[in-house]
Design a protein around this ligand. Sequence first.
Ligand code: ACO
Length: 402
Amino acid sequence: VVDIRKLYDQADVFTFDPGFTSTAACESAITFIDGDKGELLHRGYPIEQLANKSTYLEMCYLLLYGELPNAAQLADFEHRVTNHTMVHEQMHNFFRGFRRDAHPMATMVGVVGAMSAFYHDSLDINDEWQREVAAIRMIAKLPTIAAMAYKYSVGQPFVYPKNSLSYSGNFLNMCFAVPAEDYVVNPILAKAMDRIMMLHADHEQNASTSTVRLAGSSGANPFACIAAGIACLWGPAHGGANQACLEMLREIGTVDRIPEYIAKAKDKNSGFRLMGFGHRVYKNFDPRATVMKESADEVLELLGIHNNPTLQVAKELERIALSDDYFISKKLYPNVDFYSGIILDAMGFPTSMFTPIFAISRTVGWIAQWKEMIAEKNQKIGRPRQLYVGEKQRDYIDVKHR
Ligand code: ACO
């Protein structure tokens, strides 16, 4: 690791690194990834242990404050979150301004950004208490906002949060309860949802987290920064891959059409990529994908789904890709988004909700990283340089002579 700032001061050194493949933009103590070993640690704890033993809210505490909570700390944190899940009645008007068929991610970018037009008492980034209130508000209210965006998009009434339910159970209830019927949250599905959230909670300096940090480095308020992160997450190369992946599996439709898509993915001129495959950092396997695959098997077993065509295509695609020379040589393994869409589909979520669920889960990671950055002593505004390739200086020509 070379600290380029020192070289830059001493000589005229300038680095060109499009896509930041080998440039660290910050120091962080939150998440460690070893892409070659396929290892992911949060505050030192392996993701596999957290996913099997912890809960999403406990993991939120760990990411935000650096240590696992004791029982009293956890109870207090859970109470603080579950008591901030309501959004103000006036905020309902934000939703009504959108077209009925708006994508829930579009609505979320707008509504989360608009929280800064609403919660004026938690905008001062230099006030530790206000930063804390903003953090709790976002962790607590993002599921409510995502569920409202969904309900609005399908023309159903909003369902108010129930503080007696778990974080994930409450989210399922807000999405699936309808006034005409009784809805009881299935504890196994709530656990599976909690696991999906844990597996997406943080992933060091990915595109959306870097966006949040860059926005925050200018002193922008936390709601604006998280809205920027949500916008970045939406892209199909990042969080939008879970929606794109399931849509691709459905488009393939039957197992016999897979070779056609594999051939397209290998053809550089096709512009086509197999969604849910590949990762910038993991060049062995994505440890989240392994846990997610186990969860997918459990949920499908529970729901008695064995032979649906999408699942058959997914399993065969995974088998072929893992034994195909091209995919092996390029180290393209199924990533977390390959399996999460299968579980969410089985739970009854439409594809348009896949990325919003990722956004809910990642909110804590974004906030933890934002808080870490704000707390730095000599925090600098993020300001990448460029390699200019445009025209050299030239003289202005009056319009009548052009
Ligand atoms: N299908 C086919 N070929 C691929 C794929 C894919 N999904 N991903 C990468 N490749 C190939 C590229 O064509 C390239 O080939 P080359 O060396 O011959 O030029 C090589 O593998 C390396 O690809 P890059 O684009 O340089 O890798 P990068 O690290 O920039 O991209 C990314 C990583 C964006 C995840 C990429 O693999 C991709 O587009 N995957 C599909 C989308 C996806 O699933 N995204 C989710 C990521 S996980 C997450 O955000 C939670």
